[in-house]
Design a protein around this ligand. Structure first.
Ligand SMILES: [Zn+2]
Length: 395
């Protein structure tokens, strides 16, 4: 009787996950890392008519109801793509690095097509205030604010709608001040990469096509976008920039990585270390040989194809460098130094010793050396290899 009773309890617990397999069209990568739209099975759904699951609920803008299977094709493509890839990212953190923190996270709301700036007190700032496009971010939970009828909210992932920006707007050939102004605005709107370098190079470049773009010192996001040849025309062209962040798997992985690491690294602001870590895990979740090869060749830290390899500079500690790929390149190399069979666990374990606002030169480097004592296969030799790596970069 007791066994039957427990069986019923277990059945009740599991019955909340919808059992029939539901397939929807989503953006995925093929073996060559090109983006394509394909039917995929959506895991862990708890609804048979909307994008709500055990771990994530995909909503439109400020709405709190899940996007439905009878909503527009465009909206559903964003819902299905974010739902599919964010579940994949979660599975990486629960199954590969065995994160207890991620295992225990409550359901996360994922908002697509949201233009509001985040407000720590009010959740959403007024939409007239600096509407946001072409990027993504992960926000911390908040207590709400009774007098203004703002309810408490949990950690959320936000994707902005895309908006075309004509490259002409950055050129401002006659007025240098406006070029600088435009670049700054552009970069503030573009959370993921050092777009200043990107755009500057783009404007000065003479050759056309992806080959030219690839020569830019790249971080994973921009690399991912270059490589997605078929959709790239939509994301980037010589004249127009627009980015539908909800349709780029690596951006979805990057954002979930922030959520997964938020037990030690707060979500309140971007730092070079937390952005580098989110890029690192996004690269590992993507699990693409082609992407890994490109990162190896083109990372600013020691990429084979990068003409001017980057030495460490004090300036890299500053938040304004959060989107350059120095830390990302460094972590990728640390991983290869300690061994590709343990690298992911190594980097994850290392995050336990970090906190928000850690420095690269002292805290991050020390955390790798300490972690190596516990995790490396030959702690002494591997630490010597790490010291050599850091020395070569003026660290
Ligand atoms: Zn980020």
């Amino acid at each position: 009787m007791k066994t039957l009773f427990s069986t019923i309890i277990i059945l009740l617990q599991f019955s909340s996950v919808y059992s029939a397999e539901i397939k929807k069209r989503a953006v995925v990568r093929d073996d060559n890392f090109n983006a394509k739209i394909e039917e995929v099975a959506l895991p862990n759904l708890t609804s048979d008519n909307s994008y709500e699951g055990k771990f994530f609920k995909i909503v439109n803008g400020k709405n709190n109801n899940a996007i439905r299977f009878d909503d527009s094709e465009d909206l559903q493509l964003k819902a299905a793509t974010t739902y599919y890839h964010i579940n994949k990212a979660r599975k990486f953190f629960t199954d590969v690095v065995k994160s207890k923190y991620v295992q225990d996270l409550p359901q996360i709301i994922v908002r697509v097509d949201l233009i509001n700036v985040f407000n720590e007190v009010g959740h959403f700032a007024n939409e007239n205030l600096d509407p946001q496009f072409n990027n993504a971010l992960t926000i911390p939970a908040g207590n709400g604010y009774g007098p203004k009828n703002v309810k408490p909210w949990g950690m959320e992932v936000w994707f902005r709608p895309s908006k075309e920006i004509n490259i002409k707007d950055f050129k401002g050939a006659v007025d240098l001040v406006s070029v600088k102004g435009s670049l700054k605005d552009f970069r503030n709107q573009s959370h993921m990469v050092n777009f200043q370098t990107y755009i500057t190079d783009l404007l000065q470049g003479t050759a056309t096509g992806a080959n030219n773009l690839r020569l830019v010192e790249s971080s994973i996001m921009i690399e991912a976008i270059y490589q997605s040849s078929d959709l790239a025309a939509e994301f980037f062209s010589r004249k127009i920039y627009r980015l539908d962040a909800a349709l780029v798997p690596e951006i979805i992985y990057h954002e979930f990585s922030h959520a997964a690491l938020s037990d030690h690294l707060e979500l309140s602001h971007s730092t070079p270390v937390n952005e580098g870590l989110a890029d690192y895990f996004a690269g590992k979740i993507a699990n693409s040989k082609k992407l890994a090869m490109k990162i190896k060749d083109y990372n600013l830290f020691n990429g084979k194809q990068v003409k001017k390899k980057q030495q460490y500079q004090m300036a890299f500690e500053r938040g304004e460098y959060a989107n350059t790929d120095f830390v990302f390149g460094l972590l990728w190399n640390v991983g290869e130094t300690v061994g590709t069979d343990i690298e992911t666990n190594f980097i994850y374990r290392m995050t336990w010793g970090l906190s928000t606002n850690v420095s690269i030169r002292d805290d991050l480097i020390n955390a790798t050396l300490l972690t190596c004592k516990d995790v490396c296969k030959s702690p002494l030799n591997d630490r010597i290899k790490l010291y050599k790596l850091y020395y070569s970069k003026n660290l």
